[in-house]
Design a binder for this molecule. Structure first.
Ligand code: NAD
Length: 508
């Protein structure tokens, strides 16, 4: 494996895992990052100690005092320059994402492109932090609202989008005048060091104070430093629903704010009028892309009985042509799972669903032999299942697709909505009534609902997030920026009178 990209990104065998921008701290206690691609050690990242964390917080608090006073468009200019830096290093960073996380190189580059796109979006947004003005009921009074930065935004991210999720949060938080502290997944820590290395020079060239963008590294215990810390008014956490429930309770107990982006269990409803070619492409990419390790991966295909056999046959055939192997080789469609625990979860789910009555249409299994030495490569599989199996209602972060049959639209929507998660959803139809019903308030209960495209992926221009156990948070585009700011309503009296509420008068 040619790993020249590591040098380009300033990565070494041992890397400081704590950084406040220009300064880095190395505790001497390391997390090792092994590639799921070939099982080799890529590098080590030092774990943040409590003392280092305190230094980060003190520096970030100081930085906030300066950063919040910089005009928002000037903050946008710094973000613009980071976007240019990312364009220069897109190839190297994309390769690191692919090598450390295991997604295809094309998807690795795609993730960096999302970072670039959110930088562009944030630059424009930096001139559009709009509040409303209202007509006051009191004479000679003016009312309006404005948005102020919150302070330190804590970002906790998952392994599967090791760079994009941070940038969605951080670039928007930065233009809003916040400073950020990022704890990346302990399964992809080198990605966070690389992003910070690229940002460091931009911050320096712009005389941005030390502490505006910080990283800390380690497992959940380092995450807890932030969730328990009243100096962090907002925690944006991406990961499993299990983690989200703990983080929500912790931050909620101190009445802090959260943006939660948690697990999904995304379905596509295939109606009788669906174009089966569109179904095939959307469902295949949704189910096997990133080896089923996207929060928006397609996990359930709810197919009308009239099309069931046709879809079953076509999907089975398509799965037969999938090439599984090194994701940095563009000939392969499916790369590895993140680690052996993920492989075990995949195997357990296949075993359990079969016990519940599920029928394997495409067999799963772990691949062995040359090219599969990491032990993390598995076969994408398809299971014919009933809508209400426990396994079907659980998010297994692996390429397992459940094929479910339905009779009428009421049933399809009921099956669709009966799972605890509510992230992404889609309907394949050429029938206007079906499409509109799915998008209506009596249709999909998810944060994302699509027609004639799959569940997977998202454009940065829209607000991204989901309902129910997905956590309710929204990130990225639309008005998601508002969550990173505090709203203030202002009233100004420009008369010599002070009209009191409810006609109350004082004889003064
Ligand atoms: P995970 O929950 O195991 O870990 C996510 C992050 O949370 C890690 O950085 C981890 O160290 C941290 N963490 C865990 N427990 C914590 C605690 N008690 N306090 C503070 N921090 C804690 O998730 P994962 O395996 O890395 O990622 C897969 C999951 O993420 C899937 O469920 C997937 O659907 C979800 N995900 C959701 C979205 C979304 O936008 N909705 C995006 C990506 C991934």
């Amino acid at each position: 494996m040619d790993t020249k990209f590591l040098q380009e990104l300033g990565l070494h065998t041992e890397n400081a895992g704590t950084s406040t921008g220009q300064n880095s701290m190395d505790s001497g206690q390391y997390i090792e990052s092994y590639s799921p691609v070939d099982g080799k050690l890529i590098g080590k990242v030092s774990q943040t100690t409590r003392e280092e964390y305190e230094q980060v917080m003190a520096t970030a608090q100081e930085a906030f005092k300066t950063w919040r006073m910089m005009p928002a468009p000037a903050r946008g200019e710094v973000v613009r320059q980071y976007g240019l830096k990312l364009r220069e290093h897109k190839d190297a960073l994309g390769r690191l994402v692919s090598y450390e996380m295991g997604k295809s190189l094309q998807e690795g580059w795609g993730e960096v492109q999302e970072m670039i796109d959110i930088c562009d979006f944030a630059v424009g947004q930096s001139r559009q932090l709009y509040g409303l003005t209202m007509h006051s009921e009191r004479p000679s009074h003016r009312m309006y609202e404005q948005y102020h930065p919150l302070g330190i935004v804590g970002i906790i991210s998952a392994f599967n989008f090791p760079v994009a999720v941070w940038s969605w949060n951080s670039m928007i938080a930065l233009i809003c005048g916040d400073v950020t502290v990022w704890k990346a997944s302990e399964k992809s820590p080198l990605c966070s060091v690389a992003c910070q290395n690229l940002l460091r020079d931009v911050l320096k060239e712009n005389n941005v104070p030390e502490g505006v963008s910080c990283i800390i590294n380690g497992d959940y215990k380092v995450g807890e430093f932030m969730t328990k810390d009243h100096r962090v008014p907002l925690i944006s956490a991406t990961g499993s629903t299990r983690m989200g429930k703990i983080v929500a309770a912790e931050v909620g107990s101190r009445l802090g704010k959260t943006i939660l982006e948690l697990g999904g269990n995304n379905a596509i409803i295939v109606t009788p009028s669906a174009d089966t070619n569109v179904v095939l492409t959307g469902a295949l990419f949704g189910a096997v892309g990133t080896a089923g390790q996207r929060c928006t991966s397609t996990r359930r295909l709810i197919v009308h009985e009239s099309l069931f056999d046709e879809v079953k046959e076509k999907m089975t055939k398509a799965y037969g042509q999938l090439r599984i192997g090194n994701p940095l080789d563009e000939n392969n469609h499916v790369g590895p799972l993140i680690d052996k625990d993920a492989v075990q979860n995949y195997l357990n789910a296949i075993e359990t669903v079969q016990k519940e009555g599920g029928k394997l249409l495409v067999e799963g299994g772990v691949l062995e032999g040359p090219g599969y030495e990491s032990g993390c490569y598995v076969k994408p599989c398809i299971v014919e299942a009933e809508h209400d199996y426990k396994t079907v209602h659980t998010e297994t972060f692996a390429p397992i697709l459940y094929l479910i049959r339905y009779k009428d639209m009421d049933e399809a929507i009921a099956y669709h909505n009966e799972v605890p998660q509510g992230l992404s959803s889609a309907i394949m139809t050429n029938n206007l009534r079906e499409a509109e019903r799915f998008l209506s308030h009596a249709g999909s209960d998810c944060g994302i609902a699509n027609v004639n495209i799959g569940t997977s992926g998202a454009e940065i221009g829209g607000a991204f997030g989901g309902e129910k156990e997905t956590g309710g948070g929204r990130e990225s585009g639309s008005d998601a920026w508002k969550a990173y700011m505090r709203r203030q309503t202002n009233t100004i009296n420009y008369s010599t009178e002070v009209p009191l509420a409810q006609g109350i008068k004082f004889d003064l």
